[in-house]
Ligand binder design. Structure first.
Ligand SMILES: Cc1cc2nc3c(=O)[nH]c(=O)nc-3n(C[C@H](O)[C@H](O)[C@H](O)COP(=O)(O)O)c2cc1C
Length: 335
């Protein structure tokens, strides 16, 4: 049994037992199977795919499958889906269950992108509890009727804007619909990713849910110290790294070490850059060198954070076209 303490501990989502409570959040354009593989190696106890369109799944769009592939060595993961139509989301969940058999299916009720909100999906669900209830309950029912024992979870925001904080109604809709866990990103749709995440609302949600299901935190989790403070201040059962994991998939092990021993550890730059190269190689196998290199430009910008001459490096990174280009840029760190 893994070492545990009051901060770092196992957590169960329905019938799925996770060894620890440090997760990789769903992050479009990042949390694909390549990055999730590295995060798993770097200590993540659980990871979420980037959001996958329920409409596209039901339409049978080929590209969506790529977004939900299980990473090598990933024994447990969640596929996140988005959609505003309960029937479509329920159908999509069955497709996900059949195709990739994830341990958990998560419903996105937080995306602030207008194109998505317009369809009643993403953060539109946080402000429309009836629709959210429909999406969750129909999804839970469809999976149950198909004999799929897959817990359904929901990731919400604090509300639409500062005058419409509907996290409590969204939590009720999720729980009544049968959700096995709730994650709160305590920013409003209007805030996007700006301003401070309001952890006070996480503490309020924990009190409100009162142990019925686990509550997870997302928002301003950038360091081991942030994790400890968030767990201490809010009483959540687990936390998700999103922007904090970009360029450092080892942040999970660093955090676990800090929570268990108080020891602060920073993974050396050469180890992070080598991880970036491994990520590139996985992407090359999946989508070819050109597409992989384009995709890795922004990710290598994150990997270069804190390196000597990072600004200079970034101007080369954004025009790199081949694996050899990246090797040349990071030659000093890869030798
Ligand atoms: C580029 C980007 C893409 C994201 N994509 C998703 C997504 O697909 N699904 C989701 O639920 N949240 C998504 N999020 C939100 C994150 O999961 C997380 O809740 C948010 O970034 C707050 O955490 P942080 O302040 O620690 O970064 C995304 C965030 C960013 C920055």
């Amino acid at each position: 049994m893994e070492k545990e303490n009051q901060f770092y501990h196992s957590v169960s989502i329905g019938n799925v037992k996770l060894d620890g409570n440090l997760f990789l959040a769903p992050v479009a354009g990042y949390s694909d199977c390549a990055f999730r593989h590295l995060c798993k190696s770097g200590g993540a106890n659980f990871s979420y795919t980037e959001m996958v369109s329920a409409e596209a799944l039901v339409r049978g769009s080929g590209k969506t499958h790529e977004l939900m592939v299980r990473a090598p060595g990933e024994d447990k993961y969640a596929v996140q889906i988005f959609g505003g139509n309960p029937e479509t989301v329920a159908k999509a969940a069955l497709i996900v269950a059949d195709e990739v058999k994830p341990e958990v299916i998560d419903i996105n009720a937080g995306c602030p992108v207008p194109k998505i909100v317009k369809t009643g999906a993403g953060s539109a669900l946080t402000r429309d509890p009836d629709r959210l209830y429909g999406v969750v309950s129909q999804t839970v029912k469809a999976l149950k009727e198909a004999g799929k024992d897959i817990p359904v979870t929901v990731k919400i925001r604090s509300g639409w804007d500062s005058s419409s904080l509907t996290w409590k109604e969204a939590a009720v809709a999720s729980l009544d619909g049968g959700a096995a866990a709730v994650t709160l990103h305590p920013r409003t749709r209007a805030q996007g990713y700006e301003g401070k995440a309001d952890w006070f609302l996480l503490a309020e949600l924990v009190k409100f849910v009162d142990g019925r299901v686990p509550v997870f935190a997302s928002g301003d989790i950038f360091s081991a110290e942030n994790v400890k403070a968030c767990l201490e201040q809010t009483g959540v059962d687990g936390v998700m790294f999103a922007r904090g994991a970009m360029g450092n998939p080892f942040i999970f092990d660093e955090t676990k070490r800090f929570l268990l021993t108080g020891e602060k550890y920073s993974t050396p730059p050469e180890v992070r850059i080598s991880a970036g190269m491994e990520e590139l190689d996985i992407l090359i196998r999946l989508k070819g060198e050109q597409a992989a290199c384009r995709e890795m430009r922004k990710r290598f910008c994150a990997y270069s954070k804190g390196l000597e001459k990072a600004a200079q490096m970034r101007s080369s990174i954004v025009s790199a076209n081949t694996r050899a280009d990246f090797i040349a840029i990071f030659a000093d760190y890869l030798s």
